[in-house]
Design a protein around this ligand. Structure first.
Ligand code: MN
Length: 341
């Protein structure tokens, strides 16, 4: 096995040689070989994945001592989620480390509808064999902003994403998405106030990488139970988190759609990023707030559980939103993890 010099390893892992030496001293990342004469550190290519994960924990602001102890004390839900995943990964507890051998694929459908009240549809719903995405645009160029953001993620599909650097590749794609949205929202333009939510899942063949900014949502139906696996980046959600508002009060709050994070000029675009181990039989729903605001979770659960075909499920969900008045654009993506045909 060819070992890498510290310079080559630093470049590939996006860590500086200085950081690598520090991580070695701390026992976080021990070189595969240290030359007894010169002290030169050499790394094995298999160590790249771990190096990238350490880099991610650092970018999340996790103190080195905590990485070493594999303990988490994050101050936001986003950091907590990603950090918990990464720590599990680093300590080998993550189930995604043991890959299943049965090949899996996605069966999917996407549907977006203007609703009954709005003049135009600023939502984007997209699904293909590798990417699932919902974007809810706002402002005068909102529709363009949402479409541009999803388009930027589609560039990932043709790329061969290195196995250990999925999160890095997603971060790069998000950078492109942000640039694309800014292009729509150029100052002085009609679209200056344009922005979008972006909630997407990228399929790797054994995992789903989730990227989430804003108040669109992902639900997972697993073993008959429905879980919301995203956290709304809204003012009301943060008030709920702080115990200052009940979920019932939030539902009728006049500013319930006020976003804390979004892709757009002047917005905090920090994404929640996570990897999900794919399991045959799982069903994912990505939806814009046009669904979750008016259709109760119990109804969403029932439709997902009782409607085998994704096409029929998205149709049924959009119909339910419209039957409840359809006050907003509504978008749904339903994807089943199935054994590869
Ligand atoms: Mn909406």
């Amino acid at each position: 096995m060819e070992l890498l010099t510290i310079g080559a390893f630093a470049k590939a892992s996006r860590l500086s040689p200085k950081a690598l030496r520090l991580y070695d001293e701390l026992g976080l990342l021990t070189p595969a070989r240290v030359d007894p004469e010169t002290g030169y550190r050499r790394y094995a290519p298999e160590q790249l994945e771990r190096a990238r994960l350490v880099a991610w924990l650092r970018r999340l602001g996790m103190p080195l001592a905590r990485i070493r102890q594999a303990r988490v004390e994050a101050d936001t839900a986003a950091r907590r989620d990603l950090a918990a995943f990464l720590v599990d990964h680093l300590t080998g507890k993550d189930p995604t480390m043991s890959r299943t051998t049965a090949p899996l694929a996605l069966r999917y459908a996407a549907l977006s509808d203007t609703g009954r009240v709005r003049a135009s549809n600023q939502d984007t719903a997209y699904a293909d064999s590798r990417l699932l995405a919902v974007a809810d645009g706002y402002g005068s160029g909102g529709a363009l902003a949402g479409a541009a953001a999803v388009d930027a993620l589609r560039s990932l599909e043709s790329d061969t994403v290195p196995a250990g650097d999925l999160l890095g590749a997603l971060e790069d794609a998000l950078g492109r998405a942000e640039q694309a949205v800014h292009g729509v929202a150029s100052p002085g333009d009609d679209g200056a106030d344009a922005g979008t939510t972006l909630t997407a899942m990228l399929w790797t063949g054994s995992q789903l990488a989730l990227v989430h900014i804003g108040d669109s949502r992902v639900h997972l139906l697993r073993d008959g139970e429905l879980f919301q696996i995203t956290h709304d980046h809204t003012v009301v959600q943060s008030l709920i988190d702080e115990g200052r508002l009940t979920p019932e009060e939030a539902a009728s709050h006049p500013q319930r759609s006020l976003l804390l994070r979004a892709l757009g000029r002047g917005a905090d675009s920090t994404p929640d990023l996570r990897l999900h181990d794919a399991r045959a039989g799982d069903r994912y729903l990505l939806c814009s707030d046009g669904l979750s605001t008016v259709v109760p979770a119990g109804d969403i659960h029932r439709v997902l559980a009782d409607t085998p075909e994704p096409e029929a499920a998205v149709r049924e969900l959009v119909d339910l939103a419209n039957a409840s008045g359809g006050p907003d654009n509504v978008s749904c993506v339903v994807a089943d993890v199935v054994a590869k045909a």
